[in-house]
Design a protein around this ligand. Structure first.
Ligand code: PLP
Ligand code: COI
Length: 341
């Protein structure tokens, strides 16, 4: 199969339409059998549930070309399960886990020419999503839904690639106590748009959100979880009911313990103790592991000893091991890698 003529090593994190996407409709209480389509447009009622009350959730995962030339996806079953959890919280029908994995497989196969070649630093980002498509005017769930999955080749989420970024402690919250912070609801991201635009205008790459109840504990950023490293090489990651259970973070915890022999603490992390960490990184499908060099907190600057030039040594090891597993250079734990081609 011939690859598309794309400058793979220089693409950013943007939307490059590919040939095929998957679509399935939920009507009269059941999902239809679903199919691939070339049509990237959606026609819906002006009163659709998604347009009026933001009834939508989504997922994000990646396909990679391995060192030996196969195309694989990373733990799609976990994205499928998280979408089931998101759907339940938003009163949407569940899209079955096996069907989700099958849809992803079909989309990647159909767009294999867009999966960036090994060694380019790029990957194929897959975006499954679901939304209320039937008219809703009183505040209630829609009766009909559409599930879709498209894909787009992407490069690094942050412009500098692996260069450490600078973030600020936000005065805005991205989630409410007992709200929807733990699911991948579109509304969480709408909530964060003003905060991210503000942060960018002020010269920061991202926001650090605090727990909405006490504003003393570290939660996450707009699109990634935090990983910290203590001065004695312990990996610490915030535990909270209002952050998204990142699949990358869960995988890194396993990698840290089982591959690197590191101690890991999943616990509440106070903003106050952040200055004592040696390294900080953001982890997620899009972010992979992006090192944080500096955090700005209302006039105070927290500069990590790892600096602004490169990743700290522990974060680098985590990065190398995780991406090594994804690219087929390091043996993966059972069930982590699904071969597509
Ligand atoms: N937190 C938020 C708010 C996200 O949007 C994402 C991205 O999916 C993550 C964390 C990272 O999750 P994952 O590692 O499953 O991609
Ligand atoms: C992902 O990492 O897949 C996300 O959904 C994050 C988003 C901000 C791009």
């Amino acid at each position: 199969m011939e690859k598309k003529n794309i400058d793979w090593s220089n693409i950013g994190f943007g939307y490059i339409p590919t040939e095929k996407r998957y679509v399935s409709n939920f009507k009269n209480g059941a999902w239809d059998e679903g199919c691939l389509t070339e049509d990237n447009k959606i026609v819906m009622s002006e009163c659709a549930g998604v347009l009026q009350y933001a009834q939508t959730c989504f997922e994000g995962l990646k396909a990679y070309t391995t060192e030996d030339g196969h195309i694989v996806v990373f733990r799609p079953d976990l994205n499928a399960q998280r979408m089931v959890d998101s759907a339940k919280r938003l009163e949407m029908p569940e899209f079955p886990v096996e069907r989700f994995v099958e849809a992803i497989t079909e989309v990647v196969k159909a767009n294999a020419a867009y999966v960036p070649p090994y060694g380019t630093g790029a990957s194929l980002y897959i975006r499954p999503y679901m939304f209320g498509i039937s008219p809703v005017i009183g505040v209630k769930p829609a009766e009909e839904y559409q599930f879709r999955a498209f894909c787009t080749p992407v490069g690094p989420y942050f412009k500098g690639g692996a260069k450490p970024i600078t973030i600020k402690v936000s005065d805005f919250d991205r989630a409410a106590p007992n709200g929807t912070g733990h699911v991948k609801a579109g509304l969480n991201y709408a909530m964060s748009l003003h905060a991210i635009v503000t942060a960018h205008e002020e010269g920061f790459d991202e926001n650090m959100y605090l727990d909405p109840k006490t504003r003393t504990k570290v939660e996450e950023t707009g699109g990634a979880n935090f990983i910290f490293v203590t001065k004695d090489n312990k990996v610490v990651t915030p535990k909270s009911d209002s952050i998204l259970p990142s699949i990358t973070r869960r995988s890194l915890i396993y990698v840290a313990k089982e591959y690197l022999g590191l101690e890991v603490e999943e616990r509440e992390v106070l903003l106050e103790e952040v200055k004592d960490f040696a390294e900080c990184g953001l982890c997620g499908t899009a972010a992979v592991i992006s090192p944080v060099g500096k955090i700005y907190n209302h006039g105070e600057e927290i500069c990590f000893p790892s600096g602004m030039e490169k990743m700290g040594p522990v974060i680098q090891k985590l990065y190398d091991t995780l991406t090594g597993i994804q690219m087929g250079k390091i043996e993966a734990p059972e069930g982590w890698i699904k071969r597509i081609l």
